[in-house]
Design a binder for this molecule. Sequence first.
Ligand SMILES: *Cc1c(COP(=O)(O)O)cnc(C)c1O
Length: 255
Amino acid sequence: MLRRAMTDVDVKLGLQIIRERIQKACLLREPELQCIEPTLVAVSKTKPVEMLINAYDADQRHFGENYVKELFEKGNDSKILEHCKDIKWHFIGHLQRNKINKVIAVPGLHMIQTIDSEKLAIAVNTAWAKHSPSDQKLKIMLQVNTSQEEEKNGMHPSEVVEVAKNVLEKCPNLELCGLMTIGAYGYDITLGPNPDFLCLIECRKALSKELNIDWKKIHLSMGMSDDFEQAVELGSTIIRVGSSIFGYRPKKTTV
Ligand SMILES: *Cc1c(COP(=O)(O)O)cnc(C)c1O
């Protein structure tokens, strides 16, 4: 397949195609999963503000970034502030404690999906209270390392219930929305349902059972460009799609 040059990427068409594919995947769900419509987070990392604005003009509201500096710059970009007043930012990258204040200062921050420890949750809880002393809670998700790969962030699946319990008890300024995973890359779905997705679903079951929470209130953020259809079919409620909307993204070589 030929890779289109970045300037040729038609963001609106890309979005339309992804939305249609999501709709189709929803039809394949078990009846009990039909009720939850998945939210599409457009992952705009490394892509210019103009492309985000194109997507916003096509009614895209949720955007994901995984570098703190980039999120901060885009979130404070004058064109974004002026044109995208209802933008909802999701932070989906690894969050170091010394960067918390920078993330929570982003206008339009909607959710931090990558809380990977109780310590981090408590630090974000404290920072949010100082930053926003209203009763507006900050939405968060717990990131689970379902593939248990060393280079991936996230808590071990066996820690999820304990961490969630502590977040609920100790972090009154946070709203625990659900669980997020990245998972192993390149899984061949002809082998059956992706074990990372199944693992996250199991974590939700455990959370629901142990903490007595309605499972329908626990979001699952799973699925990216290569595998979002299967994730949706299995009940993902938040999918994070980048390259299929904004085009090929060269691998980042600097940090
Ligand atoms: C980059 C990224 C995505 C999107 O990946 P694509 O394959 O481009 O769709 C999703 N989630 C996270 C955490 C990412 O870093």
